[in-house]
Design a protein around this ligand. Structure first.
Ligand SMILES: [Zn+2]
Length: 213
């Protein structure tokens, strides 16, 4: 359903760069049908007892359809990896990467932060790319548990690190604006692989560094 695919490998142009690998990452999801989405929002307004032809709501179907499209469409990016020449073997951690997603049960936002870390194997990653990997899966209809696992699995598959860990903390509008109205309550999920799962000391280090202040 939301499986990212690697479209092509970009061949490096000269010898100094040919040890760096670039992969263009594109999402493999169905493209949004914008006119159909607009019509559906108009119908929804009508069903909710509102008048979609009123001047205040005239542009609302288009705006809602465009907003949803943006929130469900990850941007393409190049995944650049470099050889780990120095044999760096400590944890690499990007803390507090912003997360914005839509819960698939209510189509309401959930927002928060992701902490993404890995123990390098033979290759290391451009750091900004960790945020793009989070976005790749966050711009979808999601549940937080699946989002967390998808980011961890994707990094495991494409970077082959010795270990990878992902912690996501997020507030769900479907919990804070309706239902139990638990404002300020954050849900925490985690997924760990390899040494961050099996080695007690690495695991402890990872979770200590990701704990919020
Ligand atoms: Zn929800």
């Amino acid at each position: 359903m939301s499986i990212a695919k690697l479209e092509h490998e970009i061949t490096a142009p000269n010898r100094t760069q040919d040890r760096n690998r670039n992969l263009r990452v594109v999402h493999g999801r169905q493209v949004v049908n914008l006119p159909a989405a607009e019509r559906a929002v108009r119908d929804l307004l009508f069903a909710l007892g509102r008048d979609p032809s009123s001047p205040h709501l005239a542009d609302t179907p288009r705006r809602v359809a465009e907003s949803l499209t943006e929130m469900l469409t990850p941007r393409e990016f190049d995944l650049t990896t470099f050889p780990n020449d120095e044999n760096y073997d400590e944890l690499v951690l990007a803390r507090s990467i912003p997360v914005q997603s839509l819960c698939e049960h209510h189509m309401l936002p959930f927002t928060g932060v992701a902490h993404v870390g890995y123990l390098p194997g033979e290759r290391i990653l451009g750091l900004s790319k960790l945020a793009r990997v989070v976005e790749l899966f966050a711009r979808d209809l999601q549940v937080q548990e699946r989002l967390t696992v998808q980011v961890a699995n994707w990094l495991q598959d494409h970077l082959a690190p010795k270990g990878v860990g992902v912690v996501i903390e997020a507030e769900h509008m479907c919990m804070s604006m309706r239902g139990v109205q638990a404002r300020g309550s954050r849900t925490i999920t985690s997924a760990v692989h390899g040494a961050l799962r099996e080695d007690a000391r690495s695991r402890q280090e990872f979770f200590a560094l990701t704990r919020s202040a």
